[in-house]
Design a protein around this ligand. Structure first.
Ligand code: AMP
Length: 115
């Protein structure tokens, strides 16, 4: 897989505002936040898109989700609510081809389904 800006962030070659990291993933603030809190949860393993996940990645995807929910709880907005998003490929709006989970919260969010 081609190197992306997220690989460079993971290797600390370019700066990011990290909020969490462990052996499997890192989390840092989105450069162009779409909500009061907008954090990206990124596996260290370079996987381009959701379409490239394999069954052996199932635990990793679960860890991304759990890291995001734990962060929302720690930051105190879990009960109020939040949104998690994986964009995939062109029609899904994906711009960085290294799988990542968006966590958006910290206030009421617009544009949800059914609104
Ligand atoms: P997506 O459009 O789902 O691929 O999301 C990519 C996200 O990465 C966008 O929300 C960008 O604002 C964000 N982004 C791009 N470059 C950086 C960077 N250097 N640091 C933090 N976030 C970034």
């Amino acid at each position: 897989m081609a190197d992306t800006i997220f690989d460079k962030i993971i290797r600390r070659e370019i700066p990011a505002d990290f909020v969490y990291e462990d052996a499997d993933l890192v989390a840092f603030r989105d450069l162009h936040p779409q909500a009061p809190v907008h954090v990206l949860f990124v596996p260290r393993k370079p996987i381009a898109t959701l379409n490239d996940l394999t069954p052996e990645d199932a635990l990793l995807v679960g860890k991304l989700v759990l890291a995001a929910t734990a962060y929302a709880k720690r930051e105190g907005f879990a009960e109020a609510g939040y949104r998690t998003v994986f964009n995939c490929n062109h029609d899904g709006g994906q711009t960085v081809f290294h799988v990542h989970l968006h966590l958006l919260g910290g206030g009421p969010l617009r544009g949800g389904f059914g609104q």
